[in-house]
Ligand binder design. Structure first.
Ligand code: NDP
Ligand code: MG
Ligand code: MG
Length: 338
């Protein structure tokens, strides 16, 4: 079994007297910054002028340009969108990376795929909460936390791992458990997980189930509740007690249907597709495609995104959620779209 670090295993004193610059104030940025501040860390924010700048100031932070924040800080955590990071790093962060500073990430993409190549005389680590930013904040406020991964890419000071663990603790992850990994493992498993299971796989499964029912003449509203809304209730049970607890809670009829139908839906073919997806992640084919798509101003991303918004499940869902204010995402809240 891998070693899992909890609060008691971590020496947060290594962050004492250090100034931390959180670069970006989006989904992850606002959560890291607010959690760390409440943990007693000296936090400043680095941004461009705009919506986030205003938000961070309203939340009581001192905000600087990315360059100025990088100059002032001992530890610089980059929480910008991954595809934006290389240019901002080159122009505004790299010039301020003097010996002994620490550069940190919440995802290994740019280091692992060589889009950012830091100087050798600094520490480089990642502290990646395994959950969306607004939950990193909400669970922290509830006295809990989102589990996290840490990894060290460069250890110039001999303290990089301790600093990474302290960081993970101060954002609340060590309340739930922190695992040590590598940039390679974090990057590849994160990309695979979001593509095959969490986002790509689940969205496609939900849409296919909805379409099957609607095409067979059932009411879209019923299909929406069955295939999308109820998924959360089922996943909550898995989250609390694994597949076993989910199966304990559902009816025996549902459980028998689960055993019979599951293998007909996720077949050897599906598994083969998953292996191909993993291979595209490992070889860098996925990363290359995404980098090129961004360089071309995202033509395919934009087209698919528009078409997806108009899918019948989204149209009926928007109407139904209007009537269920208690489930609505907080529109406009930082990170609510992540
Ligand atoms: P967001 O898209 O939510 O954050 C965007 C932030 O970056 C905004 O504050 C935005 O400010 C700012 N920004 C964008 N461009 C610039 C620029 N050129 N100069 C200065 N600031 C800029 O990012 P995420 O929080 O989703 O992702 C951050 C990192 O965390 C990524 O590495 C991601 O992989 C990782 N991660 C994300 C998770 C998530 O839950 N989303 C989960 C785990 C890891 P403005 O308002 O001005 O646009
Ligand atoms: Mg990811
Ligand atoms: Mg049912």
């Amino acid at each position: 079994m891998a070693k899992v670090y909890y609060n008691g295993d971590v020496n947060e004193a290594v962050l004492q007297g250090k100034k931390v610059a959180v670069i970006g104030y989006g989904s992850q940025g606002h959560a890291h910054a607010q959690n760390m501040r409440e943990s007693g860390v000296d936090v400043i924010i680095g941004l461009r002028q705009g919506k986030s700048w205003e938000q961070a100031e309203n939340d009581g932070f001192t905000v600087y340009s990315v360059r100025e924040a990088s100059a002032q800080a001992d530890l610089i955590m980059i929480l910008l969108p991954d595809e934006i990071q290389p240019a901002v790093y080159k122009n505004e962060i790299e010039p301020e990376l003097t010996e002994g500073k620490t550069l940190a990430f919440a995802h290994g993409f740019n280091i692992h795929f060589n889009q950012i190549v830091p100087p050798k005389n600094i520490d480089v680590f990642l502290a990646a909460p395994k959950g969306p930013g607004h939950l990193v904040r909400r669970t922290f406020e509830d006295g809990a936390g989102v589990p996290g991964l840490i990894a060290v890419f460069q250890d110039a000071t001999g303290q990089a791992k301790e600093i990474a663990l302290a960081y993970a603790k101060q954002i609340g992850s060590a309340r739930a458990g922190v695992l040590e990994t590598t940039f390679k493992e974090e990057t590849e498993t994160d990309l695979f997980g979001e593509q095959a299971v969490l986002c790509g796989g689940t969205a496609a499964l939900v849409k296919a189930g909805f379409e099957t029912l609607v095409e067979a003449g059932y009411q879209p509203e019923v299909a929406y509740f069955e295939c999308l809304h109820e998924l959360k209730l089922i996943v909550d049970l898995m989250y609390e007690g694994g597949l076993e607890y989910m199966r304990y809670s559902i009816s025996d009829t549902a459980q028998w249907g689960d055993f019979q139908a599951g293998p007909r839906i996720v077949t050897d073919e599906t598994k083969k597709a998953m292996k191909e997806i993993l291979s595209d992640v490992q070889t860098g084919k996925f990363a290359k495609g995404w980098i090129l798509e961004n360089q071309a101003n995202r033509p395919e991303f934009t087209t698919i995104n528009e078409a997806e918004k108009n899918h019948p499940i989204e149209v009926v869902g928007r109407e139904l959620r209007e009537m269920m204010p208690f489930v609505k995402a907080q529109k406009g809240a930082v990170g609510a779209n992540n």
